[in-house]
Design a protein around this ligand. Structure first.
Ligand SMILES: O=P(O)(O)OC[C@H]1O[C@](O)(COP(=O)(O)O)[C@@H](O)[C@@H]1O
Ligand SMILES: [Mg+2]
Ligand SMILES: [Mg+2]
Length: 342
């Protein structure tokens, strides 16, 4: 059988978009918007590939709106995404983790796109996996676009995905009827469909969390992790392994492939911050993918895709991955004095 490119895949989906399994209508414009996003990701992949040879590693000596130091590649990736998407004409407006405000794009655009142009940027200078995360919403009306138009709960996303720049460059995509994976063939310059309908096992013995924050967590998170660490002889009756890529894209990809639980919980290090990760650029698109693969995703207290946003850069605690583990952590937050029944 011949290889299916992202382009062919989307055209077939578009032709079959009357199928009863579909959730979102795959319009010509949405197809084009996803293809433009993929083109920008190929550009980012090429820049990362050159690395030090192109003199693009290291810090840019600027801060983003959230007070985080930007890497040169954060800025380069953002420019590649913005320029490519502005050129396409399908986006009515664009919002990015690296920009203070949204940008109005095309007056006739039907969609709003949000992205984290380079996720896991602390990994760039050490040549480890990073990614690009994106989330697409429908423009709510034909009036001039406002920032408030972006404030739609994650359940309203029409598509979401990420590119993972690892040993190979992957594009992982959901249109609301499962999660499919494409691998970049550098010779052809095309993303080729390589896995379909990922499913996350309901149970796992692998957790991902930044353990250095342990002393700052709330009691339910302390309880969950200490029970995992007790292993076979503790209440869980099994040993757990730990992984932390320190780029959400890498950790979420591992979970989509073999299960696991990823947590970036609320902590008291900076009590005013609701969490580290951003709802619109990271938590919502990853939650859409995880739920589409049969997993679960909550803040510890509420389904992430039910959170009503009130700021483009708002942060949120994140607990996502294998269903039974996420439900357990959520139970520990909501009913701290009772046992969890699977
Ligand atoms: O440095 P820490 O605390 O391990 O945090 C790592 C987390 O921060 C992030 O790097 C935040 O994303 P950005 O790199 O886009 O700011 C996540 O990808 C990752 O899960
Ligand atoms: Mg990020
Ligand atoms: Mg980023």
């Amino acid at each position: 059988m011949s290889a299916i490119t992202l382009n062919q895949y989307l055209l077939t989906r578009q032709a079959n978009s009357h199928s009863p399994r579909r959730i979102n209508h795959l319009s010509v414009d949405l197809t084009q918007l996803i293809l433009q996003t993929a083109i920008a990701c190929k550009g980012i992949s090429a820049a990362l590939h050159k690395g030090a040879l192109a003199g693009i590693l290291g810090s840019a000596n600027t801060d983003n709106v959230q007070g985080e130091t930007q890497k040169k590649l954060d800025i380069i990736s953002n420019v590649l995404m913005v320029d490519t998407l502005l050129g396409g004409g399908q986006a009515a407006a664009i919002a990015s983790e690296e920009m203070d405000e949204m940008i109005v794009a095309s007056d006739s655009g039907r969609y709003l796109i949000l992205f984290d142009p380079l996720d896991g940027s602390s990994n760039i200078d050490v040549n480890m996996s990073v990614g690009t995360i994106f989330s697409i919403l429908e423009r709510p009306n034909s009036n001039a676009v406002t920032t408030e138009d972006f404030f739609q709960a994650g359940q309203h996303q029409v598509a979401a995905g990420y590119a993972l720049y690892g040993p190979s460059t992957l594009l992982v995509l959901t249109l609301g009827d499962g999660v499919d994976v494409f691998t970049l063939d550098r010779d052809l310059g095309e993303f080729i469909l390589t896995s379909e309908k990922l499913t996350i096992p309901e149970d796992t013995q692998e957790f991902a969390i930044n353990m250095s924050n342990q002393r700052h967590w709330e009691p339910p998170m302390q309880r969950y992790i200490s029970e995992c660490l007790e292993g076979k002889t503790g209440v869980r009756g099994k040993d757990f392994n730990m992984r932390w890529v320190a780029s959400m894209v890498g950790d979420v990809h591992r979970i989509l492939i073999r299960g696991g639980i990823f947590m970036y919980p609320y902590d008291l290090k900076d009590p005013k911050k609701a969490g580290k990760l951003r709802l619109m650029y990271e938590a919502n698109p990853m939650s859409f993918l995880i739920e589409q693969a049969g997993g679960a995703s909550t803040t510890g207290r509420q389904r992430i895709m039910d959170v009503n946003p009130d700021g483009l850069h708002q942060r949120v605690p994140v607990v996502l991955g294998s269903r039974n583990e996420v439900l357990r952590v959520t139970h520990y937050h909501l009913s701290p004095n009772s046992e969890f029944q699977e």
